[in-house]
Design a binder for this molecule. Structure first.
Ligand code: SAM
Length: 277
């Protein structure tokens, strides 16, 4: 930086205290990582701040929807029947899933989505949901035992707290964690990791970053999903997204591609194979 070295923690505080992010509870590690990436690239503090805010907007994607977690947590505590397959729980989960674009799009085919996926992967006992958004609320349609270890990661603290309240409510272990999975990848071993509709955003945050990220995972299978079409549905993104996936991996470890409605899922065998031996 040509005009001195601004204190990163002051920049973080400045952004987290701005009207747009004040109530959101964004993980400060994400900000620190963005600042460390952007500071050396810009000549002034103002330009760095602008670049960090632009990247943060894309990462947090506020336009995809953000529910009122306090109100939802209250409604959750009013649900008397805690069985995961009860109508009450399912109705509640549908309401939650509808509040974020990624999960709302999956709602019409939720059950067949997970049926098709788990037919291909086998039933996971330990599952990582990487950059989970509100996807953990799809658990009632996953048809997995309540003993499943479901680790869910996101960078929005109120979302993580709400997911853990839900997990506890239905009898799952509260294993959701506020963690920037790019800056600090999970080390937890799992049978299967889900990384849904986020790999293309990771490439925007840091081109090529998926390569090291995927290689760092200690999982038997990684399911990366990406949108099959552009937002208006006018053209296919499959070739572009296939290239994205393959260029971040060693050869021959994508064992299948599954097209489920508007999502293409790439199944990757032992993405950290070389690293973990
Ligand atoms: C496009 S949404 C996808 C949500 C979910 N995977 C799905 O398909 O329903 C992206 C989510 O990833 C989270 N996210 C973005 N970058 C992240 C990171 N580095 N670590 C953890 N979560 C992240 C965002 O907060 C957001 O909830």
């Amino acid at each position: 930086m040509k005009d001195g070295h601004p204190d990163p923690s002051k920049l973080i505080a400045k952004i987290l205290d701005s009207p747009k992010y004040r109530a959101l509870g964004v993980n400060p590690d994400t900000l620190m990582d963005l600042i460390q990436q952007e500071l050396p690239k810009h000549a002034s503090e103002k330009a760095s701040l602008k670049a960090v805010k632009r990247k943060l907007h894309n990462i947090v994607a506020p336009y995809l929807g953000e529910p009122d977690y306090n109100a939802l947590t209250e409604s959750l505590s009013d649900i008397k029947d805690t069985a995961v397959d009860s109508d009450e729980v399912r109705i509640f989960c549908r309401t939650v899933l509808a509040q974020h674009a990624s999960t709302d799009e999956r709602l019409p085919y939720l059950e067949s989505f997970y049926q098709t996926l788990f037919e291909a992967t086998g039933t996971p006992r330990t599952l990582l949901d990487l950059a989970c958004g509100l996807n953990p609320f799809a658990f009632p349609w996953m048809d997995l035992p309540i003993s499943t270890q479901y680790y869910a990661y996101d960078i929005i603290q109120p979302r993580i707290a709400f997911i853990n309240a839900f997990f506890s409510h239905i009898g799952l272990q509260p294993l959701a964690e506020n963690r920037d999975i790019l800056a600090s990848p999970p080390t937890q071993h799992a049978d299967l990791a889900l990384f849904f509709k986020e790999a293309h955003r990771f490439e925007k945050r840091q081109p090529g970053c998926n390569q090291l990220f995927w290689a760092s995972l200690d999982v038997d299978l990684l399911a990366v999903s990406l949108p099959a079409h552009n937002l208006s549905g006018t053209h296919s993104l499959i070739d572009q997204h296939r290239r994205l996936v393959h260029q971040n991996l060693p050869p021959n470890i994508v064992i299948s591609e599954i097209l489920i409605q508007d999502e293409i899922v790439f199944l990757i065998e032992e993405p950290g194979g070389q690293r973990h031996g």
